[in-house]
Design a protein around this ligand. Sequence first.
Ligand code: ARG
Length: 464
Amino acid sequence: MGDNPHGGDMNGHNGARVWQHHDRSPARIAQAIELDAHPVGCGAVALPETGSKVWRAADHWAAKFLEHREHLLLSWRRLRGVSLTNPPAVDIAEAEEFVQRFHAENPGAGDLRERLAQVRTSVSRTGTYEHTFHELQWATRAAWRHAARCSGRDKWRTLRVRDRRAVSDPQQVAAETIAHLREATGGGRIRSWITVFAPDTPERRGPRILNSQAVRYAGYREPAGGITGDPINVPLTELAVGLGWKGDGSAFDVLPLVVMNSEAQLHVFQVPGDAVLEVPITHPKFDWFAELGLRWYAVPVITDMYLEAGGIRYPCAPFNGWYQASTEVGVRNLGDPDRYNMLPAVAAGMGLDVSSVATFWPDRAAVELAVAVQHSFRAAGVMATDHQTEARRFMRFAETEEASGRPWCADWSWINPPISASTTPVFHRTYPDRVLKPGFFRHEDSMTLMTGASGAVEVSGQAI
Ligand code: ARG
């Protein structure tokens, strides 16, 4: 780091430190990463050719992990199959459309015909091409603008890119993801960042992170039945344990990062405690609320979606915004019956009549959970929005997109908040629901890994 033009630690932390945009030379970036990710263990994903019975007998972590989970087995075999075959060449029509749209939206971007010729030559010679930094930056911003389920898209132009396309080594992927988390957190003054790792090419797959977010709480299946922690993360927890990780067994243990390299080998890395800002949940009026012992992490960094732009897939491209705390954290993560399931405990604390749901105790408890989480994020100085404010901002975004002449899209069931939808303006209209590229798409097997359910499960209203 000696010749770092800014001097010292540019992240303001002791974490992984890297060069910023002014020196994007791949070799320099790869060299300059100081590793802040401590390996826990690693193993190869080796799945049987046929059937699962062979594996039930085998004494191998994968067999244990997959036991009684045929659906997971299928999904993982598919994943493994995909990993062994090389990705296809870039579809030249998609590449051309991308370059044309980039130039249409960025009139100062240079000679379109020249760029098209370059891209065509590169694709015909190598099966792929390289995005310029400005193309990549536009791709990430347009992908956010096109995210039909995201209600915070009015801020799409503010997304900043950490260009790490030279990085694919699992330990460096983990260190860079942790550096991203630190930088995005900013002590509570959250900024939206995306880190773009190596793309898939016809020669080699890019890396992947199997966690759904950089920070997730473990879910432990208890021998006597029931789950400690976040039930949505039980499969990932069992995978990490199979790879040598051991948690404390609390309801809020931060899971390690599970990174897969181009050869489908899994590596596990601890996320340092000082990289994870958390908010203890209290209530502005109910003193007993703190005793529930609830907390949540400050920054959702999504790690299981790929960026697709101009025919190129970036399988590992962690990005973050900040929370719509009332709904995402309060109502859904802490309130959902298949998550932390806190509505009954909150209702009990409030002394509500729970003899019948017709007393609306679930509704009243959900609102107080939302109030508590919103209050707690504010008290902790952690940036967050709420569903009432964000719905109004989204209306302005919708109006802007409609007036822009650009194609746009929104998914009504995800844009609407899980409580009080009709008290917000986003409820009272419809939206064009279609898939636009550049875009962010969830890896096909990711939901399976999260829920243990077979096939892609649509969980309405939850950007998991
Ligand atoms: N719903 C997810 C969660 O509760 C986070 C999805 C992204 N949300 C955001 N505000 N950027 O963790």
